[in-house]
Design a protein around this ligand. Structure first.
Ligand code: F0G
Length: 455
């Protein structure tokens, strides 16, 4: 058969609440036209993020019941450490309560004023932590990665020539680490090829610069390598993941994504010296190094979840369900980032709302239309998220996207059919949609709390 079904059955359900369009108009206005400020109970299909929103398995719940809540030396920590080492082979595993805590520890420890941290594309929290340390976050994704309709199979790849140029220009002393984000969340959830990871690693080694992977969606990236890169079709996702990590000196991880858990993360690395510094900071900010901000039961859930994320039936279904929505939208003429990525469909709002200038935030506008019309919540990845410059000025982001990120193992195919209907409906009404302005909000990570006004 051709139908790829959900590779699980459901034995615990959670009701979702229907609202009317009039209610949603009012709720959106009360939330300052910022979907982050809506109450989740007022959202029908919540695609704000795939982070921490997934359904855990019966296996994970079983692990949770048998956790060890000891402060120091908990067995649950050792199970987590073993799981991470089995997949990454990194010597040191430093647990954190989520991904950004790992970023905070890493960048506070190694980066500072005058430094530059290159990446394919830094995620917003990564960028914020790099900048918080005083360093500059530089995005060096290949040009194809910025062209929504370009169907390059690995649009998350680092531009190697630009990386070499950056090293030349900045000097190795001022580059404390080279990062690569797999998959490239801010650039459409696009994968990075093994060839590119290997090449970045060689450049880093040649210049004696540490190379770290932002590994949030490592399993999804492994699946793309398996299905798109020559020589990997017969390899298991775990073998591919191991090879990816073998080229790096360490990683940051949010277990809220491919850790299949509602909370958790870690920082892992080979260097003894760096690990010691990081652990010292961890005690200050996260907790003792055998729990680091997680309960024992969280560590159990992550230890089990990391392997579930690498299951082939799961990955085939996961990536296919995203492509299924992408195909439906493409057939209806809705411009999306192609090919569809791992965890989300990204709508190209610059194209959909070509009459709304970037600094009137077209992606914000289209996302709000989806909520108004169908109770669907996505997230803007555009000039509200990335437009504010460290100096205070505004600059349009390279793309204006609405990201519809899928919680893992939560929604079924009929939810996706409904979604497609809502999006196509909004697309048909696009000419009536106008821009927004920011009424108030902070300078850093302003998208989380800004209050907006329709123009
Ligand atoms: N790196 C990437 C690539 C991410 O996507 C995220 C989180 C983080 C780091 C930070 O991890 O949330 O556990 O602190 N992304 C979520 C998202 C929030 O919606 O894409 P965290």
């Amino acid at each position: 058969t051709n139908t790829i079904i959900e590779p699980f059955r459901i034995r615990s359900v959670e009701a979702i609440r229907f609202t009317t369009m009039d209610e949603r108009k009012e709720l959106l206005a009360e939330a300052g036209y910022n979907p982050f400020l809506l109450k989740a109970k007022d959202v029908l299909i919540d695609l704000l993020t795939d982070s921490g929103t997934g359904a855990m398995s019966s296996g994970q719940w079983a692990g949770i019941i048998s956790s060890d809540e000891s402060y120091a030396g908990s067995s649950s920590f050792y199970r987590l450490e073993n799981a991470v080492q089995e997949i990454t082979a990194f010597k040191h595993v430093i647990p954190t309560h989520q991904g950004r805590a790992a970023e905070n520890i890493l960048f506070t420890t190694i980066a500072g004023k005058g430094d530059v941290v290159p990446s394919n594309t830094h995620f917003d929290t990564t960028r914020a932590h790099v900048e918080h340390s005083g360093a500059e976050a530089r995005d060096l994704v290949i040009e194809e990665g910025k062209q929504p309709r370009n169907t390059h199979p690995f649009k998350g790849n680092m531009d190697l020539a630009k990386l070499e140029q950056t090293i030349e220009e900045v000097g190795t002393d001022r580059i404390p680490v080279i990062m690569i984000t797999v998959t490239n969340n801010s650039g459409g959830g696009q994968p990075v090829s093994m060839e590119n990871i290997r090449a970045v690693s060689e450049i880093a080694k040649k210049h004696d610069i540490p190379f770290f992977i932002d590994a949030c969606r490592f399993a999804e990236n492994a699946w793309f390598i398996k299905t798109r890169e020559d020589g990997y079709e017969d390899k298991e996702p775990i073998e591919i993941a191991r090879e990816m990590f073998s080229y790096a000196d360490g990683c940051t991880m949010s277990a809220k994504k491919d850790g299949m858990s509602n909370i958790g993360g870690f920082l892992a690395m080979n260097s003894d010296e760096l690990a010691e510094k990081c652990r010292n900071l961890e005690i200050l900010t996260e907790g003792f190094p055998t729990y680091g901000g997680m309960a024992g039961y969280d560590m159990e859930a992550v230890a089990i979840g990391l392997f579930e994320a690498l299951n082939e039936d799961y990955l085939r279904y996961r990536i296919r369900s995203i492509a299924y929505l992408g195909d439906k939208l493409s057939r209806a003429g809705v411009p999306i980032v192609k090919p569809t990525g791992g965890h989300a469909v990204y709508l190209d709002a610059k194209e959909i709302l070509s009459h709304v200038p970037p600094l009137e935030y077209p992606a914000w506008s289209f996302n709000n239309a989806l909520y108004r019309l169908g109770g669907v919540r996505g997230v803007e990845i555009g000039s509200v998220m990335f437009g504010k410059q460290p100096g205070g000025s505004e600059k349009p982001a390279s793309m204006e996207l609405v990201r519809l990120a899928f919680p893992r193992r939560v929604y079924t195919q009929s939810h996706v059919d409904y979604l497609a209907e809502v999006i196509i409906n909004a697309y048909e009404q696009r000419e009536q949609l106008g821009g927004y302005k920011i009424a108030s909000g902070p300078d850093v990570l302003r998208h989380f709390s800004a209050r907006m006004l329709p123009l």
